[in-house]
Design a protein around this ligand. Structure first.
Ligand code: TEU
Ligand code: CA
Length: 557
């Protein structure tokens, strides 16, 4: 089938359905709620919606533990609600990209329920079972969600592998029957007319032969499982089989979520002749400023240094140019809110800073992703008590590092959680200033960020200087510019600690992008006097003068 590259020209809007819009007042966002908000997403100008998992699930990890791939979670509605949502999206010209979570299932999935019954059950080999070694776990891998990746099961006296939570056993991709099951699930949704997949941790599906121990420091309890498993020796083969058996038959968009992948890996999967995926989500820039104590990993509260951020993003821009394709994101349902993390949520600068970040990212080469609420400049929620958290990653980390191992004190850990928790992204969408921000008339499943009275969609839509309309303009610029879509990338003054500036070049034209990441007034000259201002977050242009969080884009002919 002849493929077009519409996904290179598209902007994706991510919807976390649980927190988007409740339609029946049970406090949980749902599909009819989303359907009622599609015009809003269309108005922003997005082309594609990435929908986080909506399948049947015990919800240990908010839908990333699936117990039935072909049915809708009751709280989200019915299959006919889904069909209606898809139909309306298509009628508005919006595409729907589904989340495909097939590194693991829920432990409540029928396959796992069978698998654990006996060693000779026909489904035994759908998962990864091993005998104990010297009475303990088969190897030293540590789960992404803390503790060992192995869980002992009394019934058969073996351990099963789970890279994430205990309730998320890993599928055995070595088994061709498992792969056929996955292809069949994919076809089920593609034949309904969905427009693509975001593939959850797809670079973890091929485990190393023999499942050997991973490298670890003496004071570490477990080895980093990402380093031990990511980009395994059969990954290319599995992805090519997926392409040949499924994807090649449809004109769809695919993005592989790939913790621990390098640009070289990404080129292999998304390269022009790879026949695997369109693009990957890499993690380098969201993994910056980890704790100095490696045992604590991402748990820290130090801001990212601009020079490191520039180096990280520039590396991906440069290395993939002409060879692969980037996805561009500041945040998603696993990350803190962009404006709080990479700029400031100080009310004095928040709007300016949110627009500055939008400019910096969306003018790069790649497909931009906007996470729900980013277009309003929604902020972190700044929790101070453990009881306010919901996400199992945060709760497990606190338990392991504060209660069990006592390697960090309570106050520091609470500060780290506030800075980095996934819950920052998961507070409900802020629609207006009525009770619960118009998200629900019932009791919300998760406390709202109290700043919804100020920061909400209604206020944004009523204000022509809002972050929303600025994002709308950024998206519109991309839709009308091959320079923005295809141009190559040149970072300027990479060691400048205050300004992120770069150029894009295409067919003799140059785009110049300048962003002041500080609250100070600065002076910089990149030749902007010769350019035509396309967009900026102040109402006038002072050329070489850069005001607090000022960002502007010039076209130089
Ligand atoms: O996330 C993959 C992943 O690597 C996360 O563990 C991520 O590193 C972490 O959230 C950041 O601290 C995907 C999904 O996006 C996430 O929501 C799921 O929990 C996870 O896979 C398991 O399915
Ligand atoms: Ca609901």
């Amino acid at each position: 089938m002849a493929k077009s590259d519409w996904w290179k020209k598209s902007v994706v809007y991510q919807v976390y359905p649980r927190s988007y819009q409740d339609s029946n007042n049970d406090g949980i966002g749902d599909l009819p709620g989303l359907t009622s908000r599609l015009e809003y997403i269309k108005k922003l100008g997005a082309d594609v919606i990435w929908l986080n998992p909506i399948y049947k699930s015990p919800d240990k990890d908010n839908g990333y533990d699936i117990s039935d791939y072909r049915n809708i979670q009751d709280a989200y509605g019915t299959m006919s609600d889904f069909d209606e949502m898809l139909k309306k999206a298509h009628s508005l010209g919006l595409k729907i990209m589904m989340d495909l979570v097939v590194n693991h299932t829920s432990d409540q999935h029928k396959w796992f329920q069978e698998s654990k019954k006996s060693k000779d059950n026909p489904y035994r080999d759908y998962y990864i079972w091993r005998d104990p070694v010297d009475g303990h776990e088969p190897n030293n891998w540590g789960s992404y969600f803390n503790g060992s990746t192995w869980k002992f099961d009394e019934t058969t006296g073996q351990y099963y592998l789970h890279l994430f939570a205990e309730g998320q056993p890993d599928l055995n991709w070595e088994n061709p029957k498992v792969r056929d099951e996955v292809w069949s699930v994919m076809k089920f949704w593609l034949d309904k007319g969905v427009d693509g997949f975001r593939m959850d941790v797809i670079n973890l599906i091929s485990k190393p032969a023999g499942l050997p121990d991973g490298p670890k420091a003496d004071d570490e309890r477990y080895a980093d499982v990402g380093k031990a498993v990511a980009d395994g020796h059969r990954l290319n083969e599995f992805l090519q089989e997926m392409n040949q058996k499924v994807l090649s038959k449809y004109d769809v968009m695919t993005v592989g979520e790939m913790p621990d992948s390098t640009p070289q890996d990404a080129i292999e999967y998304t390269g022009l002749d790879s026949n695997e995926l369109n693009m990957v989500f890499q993690f380098d820039h969201v993994n910056l400023s980890p704790n100095k104590d490696i045992r604590l990993g991402k748990w820290n509260d130090e801001p990212v240094k601009l020079v490191e951020l520039k180096k990280s993003l520039s590396k991906w821009e440069n290395e993939l140019d002409g060879k692969g394709w980037n996805s561009l994101y500041w945040n998603n349902h696993d990350q803190p809110r962009a404006v709080s993390r990479f700029a400031t949520d100080d009310p004095k600068y928040r709007v300016r800073a949110a627009k500055m970040l939008g400019t910096t990212l969306q003018m790069m080469q790649g497909t931009p992703y906007v996470y729900e609420g980013e277009e309003l400049g929604m902020t972190n929620v700044h929790y101070t008590k453990l009881s306010q958290y919901e996400d199992l990653e945060s709760l497990n980390a606190y338990k392991e590092f504060v209660d069990d191992e006592e390697i960090v004190d309570k106050d520091s850990m609470l500060s780290y959680l506030a800075d980095r928790t996934r819950d920052n992204a998961r507070t409900p969408m802020q629609w207006d200033d009525s009770e619960n921000a118009g998200f629900t008339k019932g009791k919300p499943w998760f406390e709202l960020n109290p700043n919804y009275t100020e920061i909400n969609a209604k206020a944004s839509l009523d204000d022509k200087d809002s972050v929303f309309y600025y994002y709308q303009k950024l998206i519109d610029l991309r839709h009308h510019s091959d320079l923005i879509v295809y141009g190559n990338y040149e970072v300027l003054d990479i060691d400048d600690k205050e300004v992120f500036a770069y150029k894009r070049h295409y067919k003799g034209q140059t785009l110049l992008v300048i962003s002041n990441f500080t609250d100070k007034e600065l002076s910089r000259d990149y030749g902007q006097n010769d350019g035509e201002l396309l967009i900026g977050n102040y109402n006038d242009d002072k050329e070489t003068n850069l005001r607090a969080y000022e960002s502007k884009v010039y076209l130089i002919r």
